[in-house]
Design a protein around this ligand. Structure first.
Ligand SMILES: C[S@@+](CC[C@H](N)C(=O)[O-])C[C@H]1O[C@@H](n2cnc3c(N)ncnc32)[C@H](O)[C@@H]1O
Length: 300
C-alpha cells in the first residue's frame, strides 16, 4: 500500500432506509416481508426474515397482493385481491415514479436504495457545477432522477428497452424530462469500454450490476467474472476532480468487504476513502432491520 491509496474503512456500516410517505416495511418474519407501497400492501418472500412476524395473521391476510414463489412458472405469480392497478404513482422527495407488480417479484424500484439516493443527492449537490455521472444498470431510473434533480448531467445505461421506457416515463412524471439525461440502451461493459477508449471522464459513477444479465445484443453479464474488469474501466473514467464511485450488488455470495477490496485495488493511487457495508430496510417501529444488498463507495 502506498501513501496515496484509498483508506478502506476497517468496519462495515449499515445504510438504513426507514419508511417514508410512500413506503413502509410494515412487518417481517416467517421468510416474508409485509410492505406498503403507496396505497397497496404487498407480501413478498424474504428468506432472510428468520424470525416470527410481530403482527397478527389478519394484518398479513389483508394485503392487496401476495407473491407466491411456488408459482414460479405461472405468469400470475401475484395473487391479488380485486383488480390491481397496472401502475400507480409513488414518490421520494421531489422524484416521482410508477410502482408496478413485476414478474420478478419486485415493484419496479428497490426501496432500500433510498439510503443511497439520499447520499447521492448530497454528493451531487456538493460536487460543483453539473457533474457528469453515468448510472450503469440503471433500471427504472430513480437514482438517475435523484441525481438529475440535484443538478447532475446523467447518462442512464441499461440493456432493457422496457426498463429505459419506464425510466423515461418516470422522468416525465417527475417533471425532469428537460434535464440533461441521456437514455442509452446498451450493454454496460461495452458502453464503459468505449467511453474509456475515447478518454471520456465523469465526476461520479454509480453501478448496480445484477448477478446475471444480458446486454441488448445477447452479451452475457456474470457478476463474479465481469465485475473486476468493469470496475477497472470505471476507475479509468473518473475525472481528476471526481466526487464518487458507488458500487452496489444484490448477489447472495457477494459481501461489502469483497466490493471494498475490489475498489481499493482499482482505485490504487487515487487517495480518498472507501466505505462499505450493507443496505437495510428498517421495519416500522425500528425494532428490526432486513439486510438487502451490499455496497462499497469511494469518495476523495
Ligand atoms: C439490479 S437491477 C438494477 C437496479 C437499479 N440500479 C435500481 O436501483 O433501480 C439490474 C438492471 O441491470 C440491467 N442489465 C442486465 N444486464 C445488463 C447488461 N449487460 N448491460 C446493461 N444493463 C444490464 C437489467 O435490465 C436491469 O434493469
Amino acid at each position: 500500500m502506498s501513501g496515496n491509496d484509498p483508506k478502506v474503512a476497517e468496519l462495515p456500516s449499515v445504510m438504513r432506509t426507514t419508511g417514508w410517505d410512500d413506503y413502509a416495511l410494515v412487518d417481517s418474519g416467517g421468510g416474508r416481508k409485509l410492505e406498503r407501497y403507496g396505497r397497496l400492501t404487498v407480501v413478498r418472500p424474504e428468506p432472510q426474515c428468520l424470525w416470527s412476524p410481530a403482527l397478527p395473521a389478519s394484518a398479513w391476510h389483508a394485503a392487496d397482493a401476495v407473491f407466491d414463489p411456488s408459482d414460479e412458472e405461472d405468469a400470475g405469480r401475484w395473487k391479488l385481491k380485486g383488480k390491481p392497478p397496472e401502475a400507480w404513482p409513488l414518490g421520494w422527495g421531489d422524484v416521482r415514479f410508477q410502482g408496478r407488480l413485476t414478474n420478478f417479484r419486485h415493484l419496479a424500484f428497490f426501496p432500500e436504495q433510498a439510503a443511497n439516493w439520499a447520499w447521492l443527492d448530497a454528493a451531487v449537490r456538493s460536487a460543483g457545477a453539473q457533474p457528469k455521472v453515468p448510472n450503469l444498470f440503471g433500471y427504472t431510473g430513480v437514482a438517475s432522477l435523484v441525481m438529475a434533480a440535484a443538478g447532475a448531467a446523467v447518462t442512464h445505461v441499461d440493456a432493457s428497452k422496457r426498463a429505459v421506457a419506464w425510466a423515461r416515463e418516470n422522468a416525465e412524471l417527475s417533471g425532469l424530462s428537460n434535464r440533461p439525461i441521456r437514455w442509452i440502451i446498451e450493454d454496460a461493459k461495452k458502453y464503459v469500454a468505449r467511453e474509456a477508449r475515447r478518454g471520456s471522464t465523469y465526476e461520479g459513477i454509480i453501478l448496480d450490476p445484477p448477478k446475471y444479465g444480458r446486454g441488448p445484443d445477447g452479451e452475457v453479464w456474470r457478476l463474479f467474472e465481469n465485475l473486476p474488469e468493469l470496475a477497472g474501466l470505471c476507475a479509468e473514467l473518473l475525472s481528476e476532480n471526481a466526487a464518487f464511485l458507488v458500487l452496489n450488488a444484490y448477489a447472495e455470495r457477494i459481501s461489502g468487504a469483497a466490493l471494498s477490496g475490489l475498489l481499493a485495488e482499482k482505485l490504487k493511487g487515487r487517495g480518498g476513502h472507501i466505505e462499505w457495508g450493507e443496505l437495510a430496510l428498517v421495519q416500522e417501529g425500528g425494532a428490526r432491520q432486513v439486510g438487502m444488498s451490499f455496497y462499497a463507495r469511494w469518495a476523495p
